[in-house]
Design a protein around this ligand. Structure first.
Ligand code: C2E
Ligand code: MG
Ligand code: MG
Length: 435
């Protein structure tokens, strides 16, 4: 053990490779029945680093290192890793209750306020625990599994600890492989847009369409957005993905114009994360100009919860600028979030899209109809139009007409379709009367 301490002094930060080598040596030399390895990852470290600057952040890590060391008993070791991480090894400590005791002390140490030039701060960490030899036979495996447990702690909302679980390993593996594929999908142009038509209930005419992204995965076939948008948001790939979608929609609008097909606006879904992307607006402006498409041909859909969370933030400013550029704003999935009347009045969207779960209640419950009626009359009072999404039955259309809903979309009219099917539909003299 002495030799080990000399080779890996705790005052030096270890690289990942160094950490593997350290664990490797520790496992080889130990006489204990087992060793618990804890990976401690500070929450929001990137932000802290940016806010404090490198030198102050480094000092902060030094202080935390000392605090964690003060918790460590005889025989335990604590190493700093890069990026706001620490590695704690506890030879002979394998009983879950005892591990938890130590880990909870560390969590307390992290939360204890710390005085910085910028003021007093309280931190938190996400901790992952894996056990040698139960969870792996060498340093690299144990470290990776502690990392997987740490990611689970992050996924569950941070500021907590998790023990390594094999089932979570499988989930992470799947996600990693999908993430890897998604990076390729963006580079290899594997995304395509489907279009879902909308009809104006007053004129009964085709009046717009929604662009919905699909992923043509080389092995899995056509993957629906709900299976990868979330992942794109978590990994930051959403900004690039959103730009690709926007450009495809604009290019399609330009093609239809060139073909002399009567133009209706295309609405594009925007993720809340994209509002934090400073490149978004210049990209949109440049793309519209490049294809010669006027801004009124593209509408923006933002979910209710996304729109509400833009209150006085940088995202809110971007949203205002977006509207100043001339985009119409639709609030998507309306009724599922928690926007207040005040927020709606401030935001002043052009259009509310009633969520399909409410449309579905129209032919089953009287309450459902009352609710949709309330949304529509409120929207009209604030000069907004209303679109009902997810319309599946003729009965629903009848109710929506009674309630003076402006537009509808849904499987009754058509499922989302590829662009050439949409071209054919647009060339028909009138929209097929199916209701
Ligand atoms: P959304 O924007 O609310 O889109 C409507 C979803 O409901 C679409 O699913 C559509 O196919 C489906 N739908 C349409 N009519 C009916 C109906 O009559 N009955 C039922 N049960 N469903 C209907 P899809 O294409 O799987 O998209 C799911 C969600 O993924 C979208 O919900 C949207 O939030 C998101 N999404 C799609 N494309 C994009 C995109 O390009 N960017 C972003 N950020 N999100 C996207
Ligand atoms: Mg939508
Ligand atoms: Mg929706």
């Amino acid at each position: 053990m002495m030799a080990l301490a000399a080779r890996f002094p705790q005052t030096l930060a270890l690289s990942r490779q160094g950490a593997c080598a350290y664990l490797h040596a520790l496992f080889a030399e130990t006489t204990a029945a087992g060793i618990a390895v804890v990976l401690i990852n500070l929450d929001n470290f990137k932000k802290i680093n940016e806010a404090l600057g490198y030198a102050a952040a480094d000092q902060l890590l030094e202080t935390l290192h000392k605090r964690v060391l003060s918790v460590a008993d005889q025989g335990m070791s604590v190493h700093r890793l890069g990026g706001g991480e620490f590695l704690l090894a506890m030879p002979g400590v394998i009983e879950p209750r005892r591990i938890r005791e130590v880990v909870e002390l560390i969590e307390e140490m992290l939360r204890f306020p710390i005085d910085l030039e910028a003021g007093r701060r309280s931190l938190s960490g996400s901790l992952g625990i894996s056990l040698f030899p139960d969870d792996g036979s060498n340093g690299a495996e144990i470290l990776r599994n502690a990392e997987i447990a740490m990611y689970e702690a992050k996924d569950r909302g941070r500021n907590r600890h998790c023990f390594f679980r094999r089932t979570h390993y499988d989930i992470i593996q799947q996600r990693l492989s999908l993430e890897h594929d998604l990076v390729e999908a963006l580079a290899d142009d594997q995304l395509l847009l489907y279009y879902e038509p909308r009809v104006d209930l007053n004129t009964e005419r085709f009046c717009g369409m929604e662009a919905l992204v699909r992923w043509k995965h080389p092995q899995r076939g056509l993957v629906p957005p709900l299976e990868f948008i979330y992942l794109a948001e978590q990994t930051g790939l959403i900004n690039r993905l959103g730009q690709i979608v926007f450009e495809k929609a604009v290019r399609q609008a330009a093609r239809w114009r060139e073909a002399g097909i009567p133009a209706v606006p295309i609405s594009v879904n925007l993720s809340a994360f994209q509002l934090n992307d400073r490149d978004l607006l210049p990209f949109m402006q440049e793309t519209l100009a490049r294809y010669g498409v006027p801004v009124r041909m593209i509408d923006i859909e933002l979910t209710e919860s996304a729109a509400v969370s833009t209150d006085d933030s940088a995202a809110g400013t971007q949203l205002q600028q977006l509207r100043a550029m001339g985009f119409r704003l639709m609030i998507d999935d309306f009724g599922t979030g928690f926007s207040s009347l005040g927020q709606l009045q401030q935001l002043r969207p052009d259009i509310l899209k009633v969520d399909k779960s409410f449309t579905a209640t129209l032919d089953s419950s009287a309450d459902g109809k009352v609710f949709v009626a309330a949304i529509i009359s409120m929207a009209h009072a604030l000069s907004m139009r209303v679109i009902a999404e997810g319309v599946e039955t003729v009965e629903q259309v009848r109710h929506l007409r009674d309630l003076r809903c402006d537009e509808i979309q849904g499987y009754l009219l058509s499922r989302p379709m590829p662009s050439d099917a949409m071209t054919a539909l647009q060339q028909q003299p009138a929209f097929p009367q199916i209701y």
